[in-house]
Structures are given as structure tokens and as C-alpha cells.
Design a protein around this ligand. Structure first.
Ligand SMILES: NC(=O)c1ccc[n+]([C@@H]2O[C@H](COP(=O)([O-])OP(=O)(O)OC[C@H]3O[C@@H](n4cnc5c(N)ncnc54)[C@H](OP(=O)(O)O)[C@@H]3O)[C@@H](O)[C@H]2O)c1
Length: 301
């Protein structure tokens, strides 16, 4: 099969498209013929080798953590899915940016989503949902999403709005219209955030989800008044000393199914900023590495 491959840690120049052996699903897994795969920050962090102690790889590796496709092989013990079903989901830390990929968590891809949208839903939705669940009930509460325009942030905004929260989202000014289109009130991040929020939410902000790791976690705790009402998916360093809960993505088919259900209802649609063909994987990684993605970057296979 054709796949993106890298044989050593390094920059985007390490990414090549070549023939590699086909993977097969183990027990509890499925294989899909991939229509599109997501690009997530973890892909380029792993490729660059900066997180190799935490997430060591057997090189060569295929980048990509999530994908959408049609099921073509089913592993031992798997029930509730058939060859030919269109599903989106998550595999290991690597392996998705290829013609065939093994998934260990999946859900039916809603007919309301294009392949590109479904490819952008896997890691972003489970991470957003995990981060939101850590904050307790959403209905009737005012939520601040730090980094609301990114892949996880944009998913969190739509899902929280669907769950009845009033959402304020931080983003750079060029993304304010985008954040408004997701259902949140936009504001800029950085100096003066507490003052801007005092105007936007005179009754206060109840809970906050950090997706940016911009060093603002202490400010978010001060804004909501209690570290138990803040969660982060990105700032492991500051979370520890501030006593803020860190949420890591889990390969959880139930969360994916919840996201798909919201998709069917038209209440969550992953926003795709750019879709690249497989051959342009280096450009896709380079764009994602800038750290100012609006929604998601995906690869068409
Ligand atoms: N724990 C986990 O399991 C898990 C899972 C997924 C992701 N993550 C991590 O979570 C982070 C976000 O992931 P992602 O996929 O959403 O990334 P992304 O799509 O690249 O989005 C990053 C967003 O951060 C915003 N941003 C940049 N600087 C900021 C600042 N100083 N203050 C506030 N926002 C700022 C950008 O918004 P503007 O363009 O508006 O500046 C951009 O939209 C990454 O560090 C990723 O590695 C962790």
C-alpha cells in the first residue's frame, strides 16, 4: 500500500510517500481503507523526535493518529461493525496516513459529514469531550475555551454549545469571525483577559478549558476562582503545580459515537481549514506546525 513514511526523526523533509507492507487488525481492532486522515500537533511533535521519551517509536513510522474510511478487515472479537461500513476513529500514535489503517476505537461516520470533516473529528472530539467532562455539567454555565479556533478548541466550542453552555473563546483577531460561527463569543488571548471577560461575562466565568498551553493557566484559575473548575489538554507543566486536571485523549468508541450523534443532529461539524493530497504531507505538517490552525488540517488519501 502507499503511505507517508519517515525513516528518522527530523523536519518535514523526512516525510516521503512510498510502498509499505499492509497492516492487519489485531484482536479488538478493525482495518479501514482510508479516505482521509487528520493532521494533529502530536504528529509533528512525534516526527520531530521532541517527545520520543514519552512516545517512543519503532522507525520507520507512518504519521497520523485518526482517519475515516470503509472497513475492510475485522479483528478477532470485534462486534457491531461490518465490512463496508464507513467509520471514523483512532488508531495508535502513528499509522493513519496511509491507504490502509488499523483503528482501535471507531464509530459510524455520520452521513452529514464529508470524508474530510470526519477525518478531522477523531482526536479532536475525544480530547474536547474529555476536557469538557472534567468540568462537570455544562448546561447553564459560562465556559471559557482558551485557544477556541484550533482543532480541539473549535470542537470543544461546538460540543459545549450543543450541551447548553454559554461559551467565550479566545483566539487571535483574524479568527474571531470563525469563533463566532462556532457559537461562541470571541475575545483575544493574553494581557487584559480578565478585564475583557468582566465585560463579556458580568456574572463571571464558571469553568475554563485550556487547549493552548500558552502559559495562561494561572490566569484561568484566577478567572474562575478554583483550579477544580479548570482543565487543560496541553499544559502539563503548569497543571501540576496549580492542581489543574490534565486530560489526555483516550481511544474511546463511546465518545466517538457521541460526537457522531452530534454530527448527525447538525450540532457538531469539524471545520476544515485545509485539505492536502497525500503527496503534499510535508506542506500539511509545515502549516500545522505554525500553531495557528483554524479548525483542522486533513490529508486526502
Ligand atoms: N492531551 C491530549 O491527549 C491532546 C490531544 C490533542 C491535542 N493536544 C495538544 O493540545 C494543543 C492543541 O491541539 P490542537 O489540535 O487544537 O492544535 P491546533 O489545531 O494547532 O490549534 C492551536 C490553537 O492554539 C491557538 N493559540 C496559539 N497561541 C495561543 C495563545 N498564546 N493563547 C491562546 N491560544 C493560542 C491558535 O489560535 P490562533 O490562531 O487564534 O492564535 C490555534 O488555533 C496542542 O498542544 C496539542 O499537542 C493534546
Amino acid at each position: 500500500m502507499r503511505a507517508v513514511h519517515y525513516h528518522e526523526y527530523g523536519g518535514v523533509e523526512t516525510l516521503v510517500v512510498e510502498q509499505v507492507p499492509e497492516p492487519h487488525p489485531g484482536p479488538g481492532e478493525i482495518r479501514v481503507r482510508v479516505a482521509a486522515a487528520g493532521v494533529n500537533p502530536v504528529d509533528w511533535k512525534v516526527r520531530a523526535g521532541t517527545v520520543r521519551e514519552l512516545l517512543p517509536l519503532d522507525l520507520p513510522a507512518i504519521p497520523g493518529r485518526d482517519a475515516v474510511g470503509v472497513v475492510d478487515e475485522i479483528g478477532e472479537g470485534v462486534q457491531g461493525v461490518r465490512v463496508g461500513d464507513r467509520v471514523f476513529g483512532l488508531g495508535g500514535v502513528t499509522g493513519a496516513t496511509a491507504e490502509l489503517a488499523v483503528l482501535s476505537a471507531w464509530a459510524p461516520a455520520p452521513s452529514t459529514w464529508t470524508d474530510e470533516e470526519a477525518a478531522g473529528a477523531g482526536l479532536a472530539s475525544v480530547t474536547a469531550m474529555g476536557g469538557l467532562k472534567a468540568l462537570g455539567p455544562l448546561r447553564g454555565r459560562t465556559l471559557l475555551v482558551e485557544g477556541a479556533a484550533g482543532g480541539v478548541g473549535s470542537a470543544a466550542v461546538e460540543i459545549a454549545v450543543a450541551r447548553g453552555a454559554t461559551v467565550i473563546g479566545t483566539a487571535s483577531e483574524r479568527n474571531h469571525e470563525f469563533v463566532t460561527s462556532l457559537g461562541a463569543v470571541p475575545t483575544t488571548y493574553g494581557t487584559g483577559l480578565a478585564e475583557r471577560l468582566a465585560t463579556l461575562a458580568p456574572n463571571g466565568v464558571d469553568i475554563a478549558l485550556d487547549t493552548a498551553a500558552s502559559g495562561s493557566l494561572a490566569d484561568l484559575v484566577a478567572i474562575v476562582g478554583d483550579p477544580a473548575r479548570v482543565s487543560t489538554i496541553a499544559d502539563h507543566t503548569n497543571a501540576q503545580h496549580l492542581n489543574v486536571r490534565v486530560v489526555n485523549a483516550e481511544n474511546d468508541s463511546t465518545l466517538l459515537a457521541e460526537a457522531g450523534e452530534l454530527g448527525l443532529q447538525g450540532r457538531y461539524t469539524p471545520r476544515i481549514e485545509r485539505a492536502y493530497p497525500l503527496e503534499q504531507i510535508a506542506a500539511a505538517h509545515a502549516y500545522a506546525e505554525r500553531g495557528h490552525t483554524q479548525g483542522k488540517i486533513v490529508i486526502r488519501i
